[in-house]
Write a protein that binds this ligand. Structure first.
Ligand code: F6R
Length: 591
């Protein structure tokens, strides 16, 4: 989703901005642009397409500048709609959505102002220009007071060549200071390379960034001090290290992500407060989106099986607009790799307002979700660059299973600690399945549609397998409960339709194999992922991949691995870039 960078200092801004935009490419975007201030003159360059298209602009001179990668929300991807947007002496980049932009635009147009784009963001720079009476910061503040919705904005003003003004409400923004100037970015790693100190802007704050200092202000423009963020640059270095794509590398990082994310919550004092809230927990609601929602679904089976605590799993964008019932003893767990997903944060805020205890499970320290939550558990997957989530899903499962284990202990249920802590090793053992499914891709590459079926935990894994396939291979696919097929979806199965069946629960083997027989009888080609070797050779199975056995409640952490790999290799075979699927963004900071 939109990425913001800024630089002011002793060096030329343009090359730094373009470099910064490249670091944000992983977020997903459709156009890019920069603005630099050169001797009191604003110069803008923007392009549809990749940041590389903008490299020519690196020659612009000027020591202050802002840059942006845009993921279209209001207005098609086009040069006119790309950021920065300019008005009078101002240039602005924006991440977020201005909900009242229609009204603002009407008002501004009725005053004779002319808009050059279809974006909501342009209304903000027009407002700043309208309110400007010589005080840059005050003009930004007055404009911001008129906005509803979410924003991180960074503004240049031709009258203030030594300052950049930033403001934030519900969209991420960080400021870094280094020897050669100050750096602004949407996430810490993009600002951190040359910065020695990093500050994370909080909601409602302003920052005035100059080459010599960074000053922070509250909503009433009272100066405030801010603590530096703790950040280990070394830990965050990401490189392909010989891999062709981050997605493939991140699949190989699953065993380590799982190992690092498993916790002994009940036995470690560091998690005392979480343990205490688990002691008071009567029911759980998990709110999340996409893959994180699927990890919640898979974890529901484990929490209910191990601890007998009822779990409801809710798509965050639905939860936030319904009237959820939050009773005494409700723990809401908001799961988000990025910690910046707008819907998940809104759902979490609502849950908190309704009186729930709120636990965030996220991979990103200092993310917005961590500031909303009462308690935070970090998954330790390391940075995930590929848009399609892989290792973060497995890490989320490890964290959620750790919660299940603690709850089981509290409720004196048989916990299964040994089986849980065996998972990292089993994750290593499942990695050969990544190459094993490669041979399946010729049967998927031209498919009109693909179905993933399973029961219970295998259904949860099927949903994730299907999401992965559609998002990077662009093949329509559906994850379905095996027993539901005959109630409708079976009508779509034809000669050679690929159907992936996941079978990891002993007592459900024959039940799922009934569904396999049903699709086989209608001409489907059945691909099996199972831990039971004895069913691999059945005539209805076209090809199979054997995965290690583990406690059934935990099996999605293993069965998902060949599914992730299948989507990767199918995307490759179709000529797609698996790391950067069309239309999608890594960090969905708008609703
Ligand atoms: C799919 C994928 C998305 C994210 C979803 C939530 O591969 O990555 O579905 O899982 O956008 O993102 P987070 O976990 O950052 O809240």
């Amino acid at each position: 989703m939109c990425g913001i960078v800024g630089y002011i200092g002793s060096e030329k801004a343009a090359p730094k901005l373009i470099d910064g935009l490249k670091k944000l490419e992983y977020r997903g975007y459709d156009s890019a642009g920069i603005a630099v201030l050169d001797g009191g003159v604003l110069r803008l360059e923007k392009r549809c397409g990749m940041v590389s298209e903008l490299e020519y602009a690196a020659c612009l001179s000027g020591n202050a500048g802002i840059g942006h990668t845009r993921w279209a929300t209001h207005g098609v991807p086009s040069q006119a709609n790309a950021h920065p947007h300019a008005c009078g002496k101002f240039a602005l980049v924006h991440n977020g959505i201005i909900e009242n932009y229609g009204d603002l635009r009407e008002e501004l147009e009725s005053e004779g102002r002319v808009f050059l784009s279809d974006t909501d963001s342009e209304a903000v720079v027009q407002l700043i220009d309208k309110y400007y009476e010589g005080d840059f910061l005050r003009a930004v503040k007055r404009a911001v007071e008129r906005l509803s919705g979410s924003f991180a904005i960074v503004v240049l003003c031709a009258d203030f060549p030594h300052e950049i003004v930033c403001a934030r409400r519900r969209s991420p923004l960080v400021v870094g200071r280094g020897k050669k100037g100050a750096y602004i970015a949407s996430d810490i790693p993009a600002a951190a390379e040359s910065a020695e100190e990093i500050y994370v802007l909080s909601d409602g704050e302003f920052a005035v960034v100059s080459d010599r200092e960074v000053a922070f202000y509250d909503g009433d423009l009272r100066r405030k001090t801010k603590k530096k963020a703790e950040y280990d640059r070394q830990k965050d270095i990401v490189a392909l290290n010989g891999y062709r794509h981050f997605m493939r590398k991140e699949i190989d990082e699953i065993p380590l992500s799982v190992r690092n994310s498993l916790l002994k919550i009940a036995e470690n004092n560091e998690y005392r407060n979480i343990y205490e809230v688990l002691c008071l927990t009567e029911q759980i609601q998990i709110v999340a989106c996409g893959t994180a929602y699927h990890s919640g679904l898979a974890a529901k089976y484990a929490i209910e099986a191990l601890a007998r605590v009822p779990v409801e799993v809710c798509v965050a964008s639905e939860y936030r607009y319904r009237n959820p019932v939050v009773k005494r003893g409700t723990l809401v767990i908001a799961v988000s790799q990025s910690g910046e997903t707008a819907d998940t944060i809104a759902a979490a805020e609502l849950a908190k307002k309704l009186g729930a205890a709120l636990l965030a499970v996220t991979n990103v320290p200092y993310s917005s979700l961590t500031t909303v939550a009462d308690y935070v558990l970090f998954t330790v997957a390391g940075r995930e660059i590929a848009v399609a989530a892989t290792k973060s899903y497995n890490a989320q499962l490890a964290s959620l299973y750790s919660i299940a284990l603690a709850l089981a202990k509290i409720r004196r249920q048989r916990a299964g600690k040994k089986t849980l802590f065996a998972l990292p090793n089993l994750c290593k053992k499942v990695l050969p399945s990544v190459e094993a499914v490669r041979g399946w891709t010729p049967h998927f590459v031209g498919a009109e549609s693909v179905y993933f079926i399973g029961r219970g935990v295998d259904y949860a894994a099927a949903l994730e397998g299907s999401l992965k396939l559609k998002e990077i291979s662009y093949i329509p696919s559906e994850g379905y409960p095996a027993g539901e097929l005959k109630h409708g979806t079976l009508a779509l199965v034809r000669e050679n339709t690929p159907v992936v069946a996941i079978v990891t629960q002993r007592r459900l083997v024959e039940k799922t194999m009934n569904a396999v027989n049903e699709v086989y009888s209608r001409g489907a080609k059945v691909f099996l992922i199972t831990c039971f070797p004895e069913i691999c050779g059945r005539k209805e199975v076209f090809s199979s991949v054997l995965i290690p056995k583990c406690r059934e409640a935990f099996s999605p952490v293993l069965s998902v691995v060949p599914l992730q790999a299948l989507s990767y290799y199918t995307a490759l075979a179709r000529g797609n870039d698996p790391d950067k699927p069309r239309n999608l963004a890594k960090s969905v900071t708008v609703e």
